[in-house]
Unconditional design. Structure first.
Length: 721
């Protein structure tokens, strides 16, 4: 893979060449730049922030990122799903040329990466736009972060709205904003604890952060049934909750609030649970998500891994190992691995610059010099050849589009995508010059960038508002990473003398297979005198209620349990990789109680039980909306305290089964069940502006047509709350 030679990404002559395409940068007398790129020339005006190096390309692309950001700084936003597509006043950051709205995760990651440094007031205003109180009088009142429209009708299928606090933590010097952050933090965390926290596993349920086009990353059958996503657990989303809990503990301590101890305890417990359930020792990586009952899934994503490293969830040994084992291609690092053969390019087979920026941050944490250089090369090369900070690129070619029929893509690719802009700015400010969030300067510059940036000169300089950082050339370059040898202050300028070290990091992993195996069909399960006979075509891995049974070739008989048992398969490839799990086949008795409720039932034996519902929720399409039905099941068993368990019924295609809830009951005791109203995103006042589907201007909608309730003894190891 000759393309992995880092020094070829940028030259001191101000050019980059890749796959037969060339981009170069020129300067003009007025301080502006001219980028000569495959799509034509782009004039880039001089900007307030500047870098001064031997490379016109590097200096000009830093200006281009600011120019892109200037176009994303708007006075009004719009989206077809809000206010009938009319303009909404907002002095804030729009998401990109093709996404002229403010989305929670996009703006939060962007602010966390760099935008809090550029325009704090606009950053705060953008975040404020994503806060809302409650318009439904009967619902719990509070100030909440909004989960954007999404799979199955949004929250609690998608649950990464806590990313908001990742951006907000940098902007707390404004007292009013800090107060709003504290209130929203308490209310949002309490709501998530009630509705999406699994006390048995100690994890938060919900979809992967950012990877929200489910067919690209989840099993294909989730296209029409998102229950699996709502019952699964994502690495990125859990790490974001960990960071939100840490922030809550810090703010509570500042306020001398007694809740600080509890928030810290929850954060520490969550960190432990993440490491217990997401770490896959045979791969040496954190899994992207795990299924219900912590079923391991042989799938990985770079954002989740990077966040685990930068947050401190990963200890130093695992941090180094998980980054070293994540694969790289000559053009950059894929956002997911392995790729999907049957999906077009978008999250699949793609490089996303903002994820590369988080990967760069993670690589800096563990002094992974090859990964630092690789991400910097990829970010710079993509921006130069596309003449804008694009949303994403195809993995192998780093092209903005490849034509492959139904697999063509990226399917959407917006210029001046906000988090790509922020990622580029962070690559320069933090990646090259080493300016950290706390103001500490700690350069970790790959030696391969020494000649392009310094040329024959002795220094390079970054000028921010009221701050100037100068890096001095090392005396020798016998290593792979440039770090600070010493630093001093002189007339308001920080001057850092660099030295070269040998990082000892492993080379990039470049031998990984591109695609994972094809997903198998649901297994055939037959009732026999010896137990359940599971039949499969070829070699597969069998899972029973989320627990790995082992490889199966042809057939395998499994003893019958006392509970309803669900069997799932993954296909095992020649390289040992497992596919995504196929549809489950469930066998065993369960009690059906017809009608919309209330219901009454008695347990033959005491213990933990699962309950689910046949229902239909047609209040919006399965890929978007704000009207996932969220109920609170009231379980009243004679002689026992009432139990209150959340039940989720996302948008459906016809009648389907709800998410599963768990409760306890004693033998022979009568239990009565009632579904009370819970909470969903349509309850928020802000969503009175939502006009894309139901639940908007006409009022909240939190409803599903329930046809029956099903009760079964819980699988072994399941613990009711």
């Amino acid at each position: 893979m000759a393309g992995l030679v880092q020094a070829e990404a940028i030259t001191a002559q101000g050019a980059v060449s890749w796959h037969g395409k060339l981009a170069s940068m020129g300067t003009q007398a007025d301080g502006s730049f001219v980028l000569h790129a495959p799509a034509g020339d782009r004039v880039i005006p001089a900007q307030k922030l500047s870098v001064h190096t031997a490379s016109p390309l590097f200096d000009g692309l830093f200006a281009m990122a600011q120019d892109d950001l200037g176009h994303d700084a708007v006075a009004a936003i719009r989206d077809g799903a809000y206010d009938q597509g009319q303009s909404i006043p907002c002095v804030c950051y729009a998401t990109g040329e093709k996404w002229p709205y403010v989305w929670t995760r996009d703006v939060s990651y962007s602010i966390d990466l760099a935008l809090w440094r550029v325009d704090a007031d606009r950053a705060r205003q953008s975040l404020r736009f994503k806060l809302s109180d409650v318009r439904e009088p009967s619902a719990p009142q509070g100030l909440y972060v909004m989960q954007d429209t999404g799979s199955g009708g949004s929250w609690p299928i998608s649950t990464d709205r806590v990313v908001w606090f990742l951006g907000a933590r940098h902007l707390l010097d404004d007292r009013a904003f800090a107060d709003d952050t504290w209130h929203a933090l308490q209310d949002t965390l309490a709501q998530d604890r009630l509705y999406v926290f699994d006390p048995a596993l100690g994890l938060y349920r919900g979809e992967t952060s950012f990877l929200d086009w489910r067919e690209q990353t989840y099993p294909a059958w989730t296209e029409k049934d998102v229950r699996f996503i709502g019952e699964s657990f994502a690495l990125s989303t859990n790490v974001l909750h960990y960071q939100a809990l840490q922030l809550a503990a810090q703010l509570a301590e500042r306020k001398h609030d007694a809740s600080a101890t509890e928030y810290l305890a929850q954060a520490n417990a969550l960190k432990q649970a993440i490491n217990a359930h997401f770490w896959r020792a045979d791969r040496g990586m954190y899994m992207s998500y795990i299924g219900p009952a912590a079923m391991p899934v042989d799938s990985y994503d770079l954002l989740g891994i990077a966040l685990a490293v930068t947050s401190g969830v990963a200890d130093p040994a695992r941090a180094k190992q998980t980054l070293a084992n994540y694969p790289a291609w000559p053009a950059g690092s894929p956002v997911i691995w392995p790729e999907r053969k049957d999906q077009p390019v978008y999250h699949n087979r793609a490089i996303w610059p903002f994820v590369s920026a988080y990967s760069l941050r993670a690589a800096r944490v563990v002094d992974d010099a090859p990964r630092i250089a690789h991400e910097m090369d990829s970010i710079l090369r993509g921006a130069a050849l596309a003449s804008s900070n694009m949303e994403n690129y195809e993995l192998v070619s780093q092209a903005v589009h490849v034509d492959e029929g139904k697999l063509s893509g990226p399917v959407v690719n917006s210029p001046r995508q906000l988090w790509s802009v922020a990622g580029y700015l962070d690559m320069v400010i933090n990646g090259v010059f080493g300016l950290g969030d706390d103001g500490w300067i700690e350069p970790k510059l790959p030696v391969s960038w020494l000649a392009p940036l310094f040329g024959d000169g002795q220094k390079i300089t970054l000028e921010l508002r009221g701050q100037r950082i100068t890096l001095l050339r090392p005396a020798k370059a016998d290593g792979d990473l440039l770090v600070a040898q010493s630093q001093r202050q002189q007339d308001g300028e920080t001057i850092v003398q660099l030295k070269a070290i040998r990082s000892g990091a492993k080379p990039l992993r470049i031998d990984a297979p591109l695609f994972g195996p094809d997903m198998p069909d649901a297994p055939t399960v037959t009732d026999t005198p010896k137990g359940w006979r599971v039949d499969v075509d070829g070699l597969a891995m069998l899972y029973l209620d989320g627990r790995r049974i082992g490889p199966i070739h042809g057939s395998l008989t499994v003893p019958k349990g006392t509970t309803r048992q669900c069997f799932q398969l993954t296909r095992v490839g020649d390289d040992g990789l497992e596919s995504l799990p196929g549809l489950p086949t469930c066998k065993g008795e369960e009690t059906r109680l017809s009608g919309p409720g209330p219901w009454e039932w008695k347990a033959a034996k005491g213990g933990s039980f699962t309950v689910s519902f046949d229902y239909a929720n047609n209040h919006g399409p399965i890929n978007t909306g704000i009207t996932a039905a969220v109920k609170m099941m009231d379980v009243s068993c004679d002689g026992a305290a009432p139990q209150h368990v959340p039940v989720v019924m996302p948008h459906s295609v016809g009648t389907q089964r709800s998410a599963t809830a768990t409760f306890k009951a004693q033998a022979g005791v009568a239990c009565r069940f009632r579904l009370d109203q819970g909470f969903n995103m349509s309850d928020l006042r802000h969503n009175a502006h939502y006009t894309g589907e139901q639940g908007g201007a006409s009022g909240p909608v939190n409803d599903a047509a329930v046809e029956a309730m099903f009760v079964s003894p819980a699988p072994q190891g399941t613990v009711a709350p």
